[in-house]
Design a protein around this ligand. Structure first.
Ligand code: SAM
Ligand code: SF4
Length: 322
């Protein structure tokens, strides 16, 4: 079955945020004091997530990504990966993580059916990384990256939120892709929470910085490239790319839905419209009924976002699952 919204976009990708808790406190994402732990009853159980995913895959979703907060801080995240990876018809099961817990859980995640990982590392300077994550240890994130490569996840991508004075000079990332076969994607800093416009860097400015290090023309990205544009560098093992949700929105080819830890589907990251799926994932509700509900949700997916008009969403990224 294939799933289309009313603008004839094929929707085949579901991002599931499994927790709003995290072992880091990135300044653009989380409050400094962290978040109060939610009661168990307020977050979807793994069985509820599985029931929703079964209906979503039957309706036409073929790719699922787990995110958060930090997905690996939720107890038994490996068990959830195993449950979801086993869904017939699911082609791709991936994870977005800060990487800190990959040395501990990487082997089990691979065995559970995880296909690939995106690891968020905004700076390769340990002082900048510590400041930005409010206390994080870059060496631990790099150990996670190396573990992902050792385990043969393919491709391994690194996400970095592009910020002035933090990483707009991509020198160390260019060195990284010469040393390791990783695909770095700089993501435009999105207006969520305490957004500081001074940190925003445009794609043109960033491309000029890349050119200084010998970036060639745009090339085809690794599998699952999504909306990113990638650039090749002579002699490098990996690539550097750019995702521009703000300056060059890709709403016309948006293929995704998001599920929050507390059971709300957001048809668009930048719209506060949400649909509570909890009544639809109880065990007395049929899969067909849940599929029907997914179709109703899709009818509310907007044609394009208005992130340029609106700086503050009600929820921050750690609550939505970036
Ligand atoms: N903890 C995991 C991680 O950091 O990869 C998964 C959750 S995190 C919310 C997912 C992604 O959202 C990360 O790559 C993070 O950098 C990105 N993100 C958070 N806030 C953002 C913002 N305001 N603009 C752009 N990306 C943001
Ligand atoms: Fe945690 Fe990821 Fe948000 Fe950083 S970006 S605070 S690692 S959820």
């Amino acid at each position: 079955m294939e799933l289309y919204d009313r603008f004839n976009r094929r929707i085949d990708y579901l991002r599931i945020s499994v927790t709003d808790r995290c072992n880091l406190r990135c300044s653009y994402c989380m409050p400094e004091a962290g978040v109060e732990a939610k009661a168990h009853r307020d977050i979807l159980s793994y069985e509820e997530i599985e029931r929703f995913a079964l209906a979503a895959v039957a309706a036409g979703i073929s790719k699922i990504r787990l995110t958060g907060g930090e997905p690996l801080v939720r107890k038994d995240a490996v068990a959830l990966v195993k449950m979801l990876a086993a869904i017939p018809g699911l082609r791709d099961m991936s994870l977005t993580t800060n990487g800190l817990l990959l040395p501990e859980f990487g082997d089990d995640l691979k065995a559970a059916g995880l296909k690939r990982v995106n690891i968020s590392i905004d700076s390769l300077d340990s002082d900048v990384y510590r400041r930005l994550t409010r206390g994080g240890d870059l060496n631990k994130a790099l150990a996670g990256l190396k573990k992902a490569l050792e385990l043969g996840f393919e491709p391994v991508k690194v996400n970095a939120v592009l910020m002035r004075g933090v990483n707009d000079d991509p020198k160390e990332f260019v060195e990284l892709i010469h040393e390791y076969p990783v695909h770095v994607r700089f993501i435009e800093y999105m207006p969520v929470g305490a957004w500081d416009p001074k940190l925003y860097v445009s794609i043109d400015e960033f491309k000029a910085n890349l050119a200084r290090y010998g970036a060639g023309d745009p090339v085809e990205g690794p599998p699952g490239a999504g909306p990113a544009t990638y650039f090749a560098f002579a002699g490098a093992l990996g690539t550097i790319g750019f995702i521009s949700p703000i300056s060059n929105h890709f709403c016309g080819s948006c293929n995704r839905l998001r599920l929050t830890p507390d059971g709300k589907v957001r048809p668009c990251l930048f719209s506060d419209d949400e649909f509570d799926i909890r009544p639809k994932v109880r065990d007395n509700v049929s899969k067909d009924e849940t599929i029907e509900f997914i179709r109703e949700i899709l009818a509310a997916k907007p044609e394009r976002h208005a992130a340029h008009e609106k700086e503050h969403l009600k929820r921050l990224m750690y609550q939505i699952g970036g």
